[in-house]
Design a protein around this ligand. Sequence first.
Ligand code: HPA
Length: 269
Amino acid sequence: MYEKIQETASWLKERMTTAPTTAIILGTGLGQLASEITDTYEFPYSEIPHFPVSTVEGHAGKLIFGKLGGKDIMAMEGRFHYYEGYDMKEVTFPERVMYELGIKTLFVSNASGGMNPEFKIGDLMIITDHINFFPEHPLRGKNFPTGPRFPDMHEPYDKQLIAQADAIAREKGIRVMHGVYVGVQGPTFETPAEYAMYHRLGGDAVGMSTVPEVIVARHCGIKVFGVSIITDLGLEGQPVEVSHEEVQVAANKAQPLMTEIMREMIKRN
Ligand code: HPA
């Protein structure tokens, strides 16, 4: 795996004309940010050696390089989900490559189901912490030399970046919530009992991504900022039907606010 990561990074470096230190992962229905990137050059995942290919609807599947908020950035439009059948080394392959390319800060976005009764559909939740419920750990196996065998996780999401996002949201009058993201494998949405359980265990929102990527990024010393868009609600005693289409629609509607915060953060960092 290490050789593959090196080969992919070398292939990209040979073709890159910028040297970004910031990367962004755009989640389900959150591709709008990509359209704001200027001076772009792109690589479809299918053309990048060893890169997995995204299969889920709503994920275009390409690496975009360019400028956002006056900074050189790299963006992943489309990510790899465990439920698609990839193993954890594949799911987190891009973060390993990001480290090799010199990325220092990672912005992640996703769509999730809210379990905190204060939340409304369309809310932005700044991820303050997570609970890893994936059945396989992304760092299982031989340790990579980027970090220790037993990595510290006391601050998975950078406190300074969270404070900065709060300040920007205040300035712009954008409602932001804070919360703990529970990462699960999917692909089923939760049963009422599962939403209730994850909430009682300390989760505010639940989704099928992000946690593996954040763990690997942290293992590489990359700072992380995460935003989750609450696209549906799994509140105790109020079971409602959830669909992928509905998740995409809600994410799409809320994404301009997320874009505004992230663009401003990148500008100030
Ligand atoms: N559960 C899990 N993943 C999700 C949800 C949800 O309710 N909404 C969007 N992604």
